[in-house]
Design a protein around this ligand. Structure first.
Ligand code: ATP
Length: 259
């Protein structure tokens, strides 16, 4: 694995009985890039992410994260990693600030880290509310704040847009872009929604039935998609797509989100 690589997998596979959830995956995520791992429900995204994080044991293949081989149960490799996997969990009876303070102590981060994370995720208004009383979107923000608290080099995010409204998605997108551009943080994020990664990822990998069926820079994928859609889309489909885009913009404008 080269020093420029943040995540590498070779022949990574996971089988559950007769189901092959991940099938011989070779991934190379470069340091500093935003990598969009795109696939439909059941494509194998969460299973892959769990293996990247050493949460489950692969049936075959290898994973390296930030230059270290991942062995389930060993935590040393994850000091530089922040992650958000599926449903966000927090101590429901503790406040946002208290939840973050626990995370700060667990990760040995500096005292100012809690206030910084609260500001970064725009949680100021909710800092003294119990986590259990937050909306789903704000729970997701809290989970991201926890993932970011120790200033990780690599962020692994499973469907970070889940539970966020369109303005929240735009906000998180801007935050990830800033982290990548200003602090060189590598982002590996999964999504089943193309538009979520289309605006953000430098490179996109498409996973289908556990296999990587396409991987290229975002702009290249966009060019392919454009060529395809000129042939394949009907007038009606094109009009529907434009309408959705216009409505989303208008909705964001009326509700204070920026584009
Ligand atoms: P989603 O977007 O719906 O979360 P995904 O791309 O994350 O989908 P996975 O959750 O990785 O997909 O699932 C891939 C396949 O593996 C699915 O067919 C799923 O049913 C199966 N699978 C996942 N976990 C298990 C498990 N613990 N036991 C049996 N089958 C599983």
């Amino acid at each position: 694995m080269s020093a420029q690589t943040a995540v590498a997998t070779r022949g990574l596979s996971k089988r559950y009985g007769h189901v092959t959830a991940v099938d011989g995956l070779d991934l190379d995520v470069r340091r500093g890039e935003i990598y969009g791992f795109l696939g439909r429900n059941g494509a194998g995204k969460t299973t892959t992410i769990r293996m990247l994080l050493g949460l489950i044991r692969p049936s075959a293949g290898d994973v390296e994260v930030l230059g270290r081989r991942i062995v389930p149960g060993e935590t040393a490799a994850f000091r530089g990693v922040g992650y958000l996997v599926e449903t966000a969990t927090a101590y429901p009876n503790l406040t946002v600030r208290e939840n973050l303070e626990i995370q700060r102590r667990l990760t040995g981060s500096q005292t100012g880290a809690v206030a910084e994370a609260i500001a970064l995720l725009r949680l100021d208004e909710y800092a003294d509310r119990r986590a259990g009383q937050l909306s789903l979107g704000n729970k997701q923000r809290l989970a991201l704040a926890r993932a970011l608290l120790h200033s990780p080099e690599l962020l692994v995010l499973d469907e970070p847009g889940n539970a966020l409204d369109p303005a929240g998605i735009v906000e998180i997108r801007d935050l990830l872009r800033r982290l990548s551009a200003e602090q060189g943080v590598t982002v590996f994020m999964s999504s089943h929604i193309l538009s979520e990664v289309a605006h953000l990822a430098d490179r996109i990998g498409i996973v289908h039935e556990g296999r990587l069926i396409e991987e290229c820079p975002r702009d290249e994928l966009a060019a392919k998609a454009r060529a395809f859609s000129t042939q394949a889309l009907t007038e009606q489909e094109r009009a529907d797509a434009l309408l959705t885009m216009d409505l989303e913009r208008y909705f964001l404008m009326r509700t204070g989100g920026e584009r």
